[in-house]
Write a protein that binds this ligand. Structure first.
Ligand SMILES: C[S@@+](CC[C@H](N)C(=O)[O-])C[C@H]1O[C@@H](n2cnc3c(N)ncnc32)[C@H](O)[C@@H]1O
Length: 225
């Protein structure tokens, strides 16, 4: 773990937004098509999509959608999905890459969405820059916007502590990347009101991963609408 003075949540969002604005186009180019090489990712996304549709469907938010690579995939699985990201440049790239899908700028810590308005929420590596002590803010927001019976799927890096990322996707950056123990993610989700449905941890794969990767599927209790 790298010890660093903790910036405020607001300044962390500013740094994260600026960093992803810088890398947006190259991030999209470098990760384009990667999902085809990730069978565990597709499996978890497929289970998530099936469960949303089995519950009657409804709007699904890809929260921290980046360039929309998962948003487009979920749309291809039949979900009524839209994307939200902190980075205006990521949103611009996503709109270009997925022209049939709606993308908006926003933060998963304060979503401009009605209470209980989503059938599903995806947080795919979008909490990797959030320190564990700030996860409850996002989890409470996920719970607020999901309808009873709504599904939440998260992907994250498994481990403890954080690493300072100084270069990525061809650019110099200054961004903390956090790893989480799956048990902690589950515990915080339960504290926010969720029920854990399933979790998967797999070994690192491909050119970019340095740690095991975790997937956690949770649901807001209650019957689907
Ligand atoms: C590692 S990228 C993952 C992007 C996408 N989900 C994917 O897997 O390709 C992290 C993304 O989360 C976004 N992000 C980080 N914090 C966020 C927040 N508080 N609200 C919305 N988006 C956020 C970043 O702008 C970035 O696009």
């Amino acid at each position: 773990m790298t010890d660093t003075a903790q910036p405020s949540p607001a300044s962390r969002l500013t740094t994260t937004r600026a960093s992803y604005d810088t890398v947006a186009a190259d991030y999209e180019r470098l990760l384009r098509g990667e999902l085809a090489n990730m069978p565990f990712d597709r499996a978890m996304l497929g289970v998530f999509a099936e469960r949303v549709l089995a519950g009657g469907g409804g709007p699904v938010g890809d929260l921290g959608c980046g360039p929309g690579r998962l948003t487009g995939h979920l749309a291809s699985l039949g979900l009524d999905v839209f994307g939200i990201d902190l980075s205006p440049e990521m949103v611009a790239v996503a709109r270009r890459v997925c022209p049939g899908v709606r993308f908006e700028v926003g933060s998963m810590t304060a979503l401009g969405l009605e209470d209980e308005s989503l059938a599903g929420a995806l947080a795919w590596y979008s909490t990797v820059h959030t320190p564990p002590e700030e996860l409850p803010v996002a989890f409470e927001e996920f719970y607020r916007v999901l309808a009873p019976g709504g599904q939440l799927l998260m992907a994250f890096k498994v481990g403890d502590g954080s690493t300072r990322l100084t270069h990525a996707y061809g650019h110099d950056l200054d961004l903390d990347v956090y790893r989480f123990p799956p048990g902690l993610v589950s515990e915080l989700l339960v504290e926010a009101g969720f029920v854990e449905v399933a979790r998967l941890v797999r070994e690192a794969e491909g050119p970019y991963e340095k740690t095991p990767q975790g997937y956690l599927l949770a649901r807001r209790p209650g019957p689907s609408a």
